[in-house]
Design a binder for this molecule. Structure first.
Ligand code: NAD
Ligand code: 6OD
Length: 496
């Protein structure tokens, strides 16, 4: 099927905004979007100015009053299922587009990103059919009483701002519940990964989503379409995933007009590896937690605390696992680690590699840029890296790097492990590795994070509350928790 986006590495496509059910080309101000695996340009992307963002918000406002606003939950649910089916029907296009935009291994995107894009529509198609509200019988002096019941209404136009690390997965994680609840959306995908959001416009049209319900504007963040969108007074709520600093700026923008925000932000997550763990399972899990998606996962582990009796064995085995990772052509099934998203991000991660050295780290493995043949030598690849010997005060231990790297630090007992894990301004996720169930419960209750895994990492049930504590975010996504953000509760009191 012909598509409006690029699914081939040897082509450069002109992307468009998607507004009111139509692809809107613009001749003005295109920026280059590169394939991180080769550095080659894959897309020329239009940057939305305030007028384009305004068009999108107005289209979304109109759509609230159109057929979408009049549909039953059952009708919306059925349409969302068609969107899920549409993603699966275009699986190969979504997969190619996501791999070209991100450079992530095709095997990873085929296993996680694209199926989750579809699953996100199915889960919220289910969820909206079981959404309930509270009812109270209230006593009154005349004895007749009153009945209080709450109704849920859509919030209106939702501004959706997304990052580049799991583009389709994170975008649909917000768009699906927003639409299920009867809202309309204006999405601003990351400037690094504009393609699958655009392709989703085709699927929305094919599934019968009315024009204006799903809109996409391209561009950057501050002083560009991201900021224009979050500041637009026609936007009734903002949902954001990205860096904590950006989340802070968005929260400020949302203060004008007192608009609700949902923020999924950064992390500096710990793995706590106890001597009583199953070491085979733990190495497999920690390897994924540190290196999956080239370390560009908000839930990923950058601090690995290991109980002293197994420190040497653990370090030697994690090193071996890191050295087995195979960089290269993301479309090749042998490739198990892709590049970082951009030259700028690689420069940032390399600055932490230099900082680790300056702070006295021992480099267990990695530390630089791997030698690869052309054209991958021009990509943004970086070596998986492990350090030991860093002090907790080092910036490498405190700041989110978002690269394929971790620092291993020993601990002696449970209390020390918990204290180390909690010594962070962030509070997104922790992975605990132990075969002692009582210990798992004790530690899980004390780590100050929104998400704790025991003997697992990134094992997801989409009904569960997902989100961060401290500077890792505000609010929870998933199941009924998403529905709470995307609806407003109104109470009705009837005197009987
Ligand atoms: P980012 O904050 O730089 O950008 C995210 C999005 O915000 C982009 O679309 C960008 O254009 C936009 N943006 C930037 N400044 C803006 C502004 N002033 N106003 C409006 N929009 C603006 O994040 P990133 O580099 O794309 O993604 C990596 C970050 O995302 C990491 O910190 C990672 O931990 C975090 N993340 C968190 C989660 C989570 O669920 N907690 C998930 C994935 C990524
Ligand atoms: O699985 C999810 O629902 C989710 N929000 C994952 C976030 C991953 C961060 O990079």
């Amino acid at each position: 099927m012909a598509t409006a986006v690029n699914t081939r590495a040897d082509k450069v496509a002109h992307l468009s905004h998607f507004i009111d059910g139509r692809f809107v080309p613009t001749a003005r101000s295109h920026f280059e979007n590169r394939n991180p695996a080769t550095g080659a340009i894959v897309n020329l992307v239009p940057e939305a100015d305030p007028a384009v963002v305004d068009d999108a918000v107005k289209a979304a406002k109109r759509a609230l009053k159109g057929p979408w606003g009049k549909m039953s939950e059952q009708q919306r649910s059925a349409i969302l299922r068609k969107v899920a089916d549409g993603i699966m029907a275009r699986f190969d296009d979504f997969l190619a587009a996501e791999v070209l935009d991100t450079g992530k291994p095709k095997s990873l995107a085929a296993h996680i990103d694209i199926p989750r894009g579809a699953a996100n529509f199915n889960i919220f198609a289910d969820q909206v059919l079981t959404l309930s509200t509270e009812t109270f019988r209230t006593a009154t002096p005349d004895g007749a009483g009153a009945l209080n019941y709450a109704i849920r209404v859509p919030r209106g136009v939702i501004g959706v701002i997304c990052p580049w690390n799991l583009p389709l997965l994170l975008l649909t994680w917000k768009v699906a519940p927003a639409l299920a609840c009867g809202n309309t959306v204006v999405v601003k995908p990351s400037e690094e990964t504009p393609t699958t959001a655009t392709l989703l416009g085709e699927v929305m049209n094919e599934a019968g989503v009315p024009p204006g319900v799903y809109n996409v504007v391209h561009g950057f963040g501050g002083d560009s379409s991201g900021e224009y969108l979050t500041r637009h007074p026609g936007v009734d709520g903002i949902t954001f995933t990205g860096e904590t600093g950006t989340g802070t700026a968005i929260m400020r923008a949302a203060a004008d007009g007192v608009r609700p925000v949902s923020l999924e932000l950064g992390g500096k997550n710990a793995s706590l590896v106890f001597a009583d763990c199953d070491l085979d399972k733990t190495i497999e899990g920690v390897t994924r937690a540190v290196f999956a998606n080239c370390g560009q996962v908000c839930l990923g582990t950058e601090r690995v605390y290991v109980q002293r009796p197994i420190l040497a064995a653990f370090t030697q085995r994690l090193k071996a696992a890191a050295e087995r990772l195979q960089p290269g052509n993301p479309f090749d099934t042998a490739t198990t680690i892709g590049p970082l998203i951009s030259q700028a991000h690689r420069d940032k991660v390399l600055s932490y590699y230099a900082r680790a050295k300056a702070d006295g780290a021992e480099i267990v493995t990695g530390g630089g840029i791997p030698a690869l043949p052309s054209p991958y030598s021009s990509g943004f690849f970086i070596a998986p890296t492990i350090w030991t010997g860093l002090a907790e005060t080092s910036a490498v231990m405190r700041e989110e790097i978002f690269g394929p790297c971790c620092s291993i630090v020993p601990f002696d007992d449970e209390d020390a492990a918990i204290a180390l894990a909690n010594d962070s301004p962030y509070g997104l996720a922790t992975a605990i590795w132990t075969e002692n169930l009582a210990r798992a419960h004790r530690v899980a209750a004390q780590v100050e994070v929104g998400i704790t895994w025991v003997n697992a990492w990134f094992l997801r049930d989409l009904r569960t509350p997902f989100g961060g504590s401290k500077q890792s975010g505000i609010g929870r996504e998933g199941g009924v928790h998403s529905m709470e953000f995307y609806t407003e509760l109104r109470n009705v009191c009837i005197k009987l």
